[in-house]
Structures are given as structure tokens and as C-alpha cells.
Design a protein around this ligand. Structure first.
Ligand SMILES: *Cc1c(COP(=O)(O)O)cnc(C)c1O
Length: 427
């Protein structure tokens, strides 16, 4: 059996039918913006490998940091022990994240960081004497991960709630924020979504621990960009009702939107933030949940006081070292200028998509470019067509999109946009 035959017979891939495997390429190696397939074909990774690999593949500084860490302390349990990589990364995170977030919980993956955030909210409410507040409010077309609690606050349709009915926690959904990021804010609660939010939160206030959402950019749930004023005013409503506010910045963190964090578009800060994906520059799975003193003190002062979570690989030194290196690379360069250039070039080069008959919308924010089609696009067909153009693109639903590595050169970016236009024309 060739590796591909073995793979197709035995290995499960994300969101696939294991008995009817889709089109799969065997990757031999990766470097910079490129992934090289077994047959020698080099493809530009326009996905940053699911939005993680922001400085490109196999970055010499990140791989060196991992190698060096491997030679001193590859792993040690975090219960009762700590180490320099965890502390150094912590200092760096405090430096760059919204000011009020001072307490850091390291964990393994984005979904787990969402679980941790939701648990923090419930434990906080419990500590305050609100044991009934164990449910969550969220907006439609969100995405927060694939574990149970995270899945329960994903969009009820694309999150396939009907499939898991009975096993899914009851949550409270409101419409996605209706005003887009570049449109003028409308100060009418009936039209800006806030009347509905207030109504749902007021009705559920005895049962709702927190309002959780992706700030500014809804990722997997539809690649939709909305107005920051929604978040400013949502903060006020949450405060009034004693409901915590959780921002899932797993996709938006670390410069992707043109701000270091999407929270930076707002005048307010959340109580809890989830970080993942780009945290290690895509080199090792890692995530973090950060919270403010109020929530930390609340949990700590309650009964039992201890926070009930502790993954085996919590604070893994290799991951901490990779993350510290990645964040140093990010803040050591003019990331804002770079993301701005990527955005400007995408706006110009993707503009012809507007005139295509099957295109519903075109959106660019920071280093995120989206062509929304009027119909669903087959990922398999897209793979083959994009491969001919030397690009790796994996659309989902109706969206043909790119989140290129920040190191993508103007010429490489032109190859990506050409690939996207071809997909929009031919699929
Ligand atoms: C990818 C993603 C997650 C889940 O992260 P995993 O590392 O895949 O578990 C959660 N929230 C958002 C916004 C994401 O984009």
C-alpha cells in the first residue's frame, strides 16, 4: 500500500466521510509560503494552514526556539511546577493583549480554550451565588470549535445541532450583528441588533453565565465582518445584567484583521479572551484563555476556589517557546504595514470578482480576502483547479477565501488572487 492508499483506507480527515475519502495530496515538506507535494509540485499555502502559519512554514527562528527548548526541557507537568518558557510567554502576552486581561490559562487547542473560558464563566457565576447561571448566549453563524460546549455555541445550522439533539446544551441565540464593519452605525436598537440582544439576555438573565462571540470577524461560520459598536454596546448590556463577555479571538488574534486583536477595534474589553491558531505561528498546537482580575478573584474567592481544569500538557515548554518566538517575530516587524499592504493588494486584484455572475459579495479585512459565491463550492474541485495554478485553496460552503501568511510576497499574493478568481469563474 502506498502512503496515500493507507491514508484513504485508515485515516480520518477533518469533516470527511472516512469511507468516501475526498481528494487528498501527500505533502513531503514545507517552507515559507510553500508546501511541497510528494510529486515535487510546490503550492502556495493560501490558507496559512487553517490560519495558523502566519510567518510561513518552518520559520527558522521558531524551529530554532523549539530545537533549543527540546535540548533543555521538552515537557514537564504544570501542577506544582513552572518554567521559564511559560513565564516568558506570559510576560509577552500581557504586553500585547488588552490591558485588563491579566490571568493566563495555557491549554492545548482552540476548542479547549473555549471550554476553559465557558467553565470560568460558570464557576465565576457560581462563586457569586448564581448557581443557575450555567447557559450561554451567542450570535448566529458563529464558530467556536468542535468539543461539546464549544459546539453548542456554534451556529445551530452549520454546527449541525439537529444531529446531536438531546446531547447538546441549551443555549440562547440572537441574529448575527446586522451592521457590517464598513457601513455607518445605526443608532436604532431595532436595526442594529441590540434590541434583540437585550431582550434575550434580559429574559435569560437568571440562566445565562456569559455572552460569547467572535469579535468583528465571524470565521468558519461565514467569513462575515461586523461593526465594533455592536460590541461596545453589548458590553454595557452585559454589565447591567451581570453577564460576562467572552471574545473568541482564536481566528482574529495576532494581527490578522489589521489590528493586533479584533478587540482593539472596540472601546471595550471582554472579561475572557480565547487565543489559539496563530499563537505558535502554526508550529505546534497551543492555546490560551486569558481573563481579568475580577473573574479570577471571583473564582478564587468562591467555593471550592480552585479552577477545575488542568490538561496533561498544560504549559508545554516546546509550545511556549514556539509561541514566544512567534510573537517576538510578529511584534519585531511592521506587521500593521504588512497586513495593510496585503489588504490593499487584495482589494485591487479581487475587484473583478464583483462583475462575475455567480459572485454574491466580495470582502477584504486585513489579511483576509473572501469571495462569497451564490452557490456552494466543492472543496475537491477547488483543490484540483487551484493546484493547476500553483496555489492551495480550500473553500468552505459558499466562500472562496484566503488568509495568506504575512510573508507572502506581492507576486505570490497575485498568484493567490488569480487562483481565487479562476475558482469564482469556473466553479
Ligand atoms: C479554529 C477555531 C476554534 C477551534 O480551534 P481548534 O484549535 O480547531 O480547536 C475556535 N474558535 C474559532 C473562532 C476558531 O476559528
Amino acid at each position: 500500500m502506498t502512503p496515500l492508499e493507507f491514508d484513504q483506507k485508515h485515516l480520518w480527515h477533518p469533516y470527511t466521510n472516512v469511507t468516501k475519502p475526498g481528494r487528498t495530496f501527500v505533502v513531503a515538506e514545507s517552507e515559507g509560503v510553500h508546501i511541497t507535494l510528494e510529486d515535487g509540485t510546490r503550492l502556495i499555502d493560501a490558507m496559512s494552514s487553517w490560519w495558523c502559519m502566519m510567518h510561513g512554514h518552518k520559520h527558522p527562528v521558531i524551529t530554532r526556539a523549539i530545537h533549543d527548548q527540546l535540548d533543555t526541557l521538552p515537557h514537564v507537568m504544570f501542577g506544582g511546577l513552572t518554567h521559564a518558557p511559560a513565564v516568558d510567554l506570559g510576560r509577552k502576552l500581557l504586553e500585547i493583549t488588552p490591558e485588563s486581561l491579566t490571568r493566563i490559562f495555557y491549554c492545548d487547542s482552540g476548542s479547549v480554550s473555549v471550554e476553559v473560558a465557558m467553565k470560568m464563566a460558570v464557576q465565576y457565576q457560581h462563586a457569586l451565588g448564581f448557581a443557575g447561571r450555567s447557559q450561554f448566549a451567542t450570535v448566529r453563524s458563529g464558530y467556536h470549535g468542535d468539543t461539546w460546549k464549544a459546539m453548542s455555541v456554534c451556529d445551530p445550522h452549520t454546527g449541525m445541532h439537529h444531529l446531536f439533539q438531546g446531547a447538546m446544551s441549551v443555549q440562547h441565540f440572537v441574529s448575527r450583528p446586522p451592521i457590517r464593519i464598513n457601513d455607518d452605525w445605526i443608532d436604532d436598537p431595532a436595526r442594529n441588533g441590540l434590541a434583540e440582544l437585550r431582550q434575550v439576555l434580559e429574559t435569560g438573565r437568571e440562566r445565562i453565565a456569559a455572552f460569547i462571540l467572535e469579535p468583528i470577524v465571524q470565521g468558519t461560520g461565514g467569513m462575515y465582518f461586523y461593526h465594533p459598536e455592536y460590541l461596545n454596546q453589548a458590553r454595557a448590556i452585559c454589565d447591567e445584567l451581570g453577564i460576562l463577555l467572552i471574545f473568541d479571538e482564536i481566528a482574529t488574534g495576532f494581527g490578522r484583521t489589521g489590528e493586533l486583536f479584533a478587540t482593539d477595534f472596540c472601546k471595550v474589553e471582554p472579561d475572557i479572551i480565547c487565543l489559539g491558531k496563530g499563537l505558535t505561528g502554526g508550529h505546534i498546537s497551543f492555546a490560551a484563555t486569558m481573563t481579568n482580575d475580577r473573574v479570577a478573584q471571583g473564582i478564587g474567592g468562591g467555593n471550592p476556589g480552585i479552577f477545575m481544569h488542568g490538561p496533561t500538557y498544560m504549559g508545554n515548554p516546546l509550545a511556549c517557546a514556539a509561541a514566544k518566538a512567534s510573537l517576538d517575530i510578529l511584534t519585531g516587524q511592521d506587521w500593521r504595514g504588512r497586513v495593510c499592504e496585503i489588504a490593499d493588494q487584495m482589494r485591487v486584484e479581487l475587484a473583478p470578482a464583483r462583475d462575475l455572475p455567480n459572485v454574491a459579495d466580495l470582502r477584504v479585512l486585513g489579511a483576509i480576502g473572501v469571495i462569497e459565491m451564490k452557490h456552494r463550492v466543492s472543496a475537491d474541485a477547488a483543490h484540483m483547479l487551484a493546484k493547476e495554478m500553483g496555489v492551495f485553496l480550500r473553500p468552505f460552503g459558499t466562500n472562496i477565501y484566503t488568509m495568506p501568511p504575512f510573508i507572502t510576497s506581492p507576486d505570490q499574493l497575485s498568484e493567490i488572487t488569480a487562483g481565487m478568481l479562476r475558482l469564482a469563474r469556473e466553479l
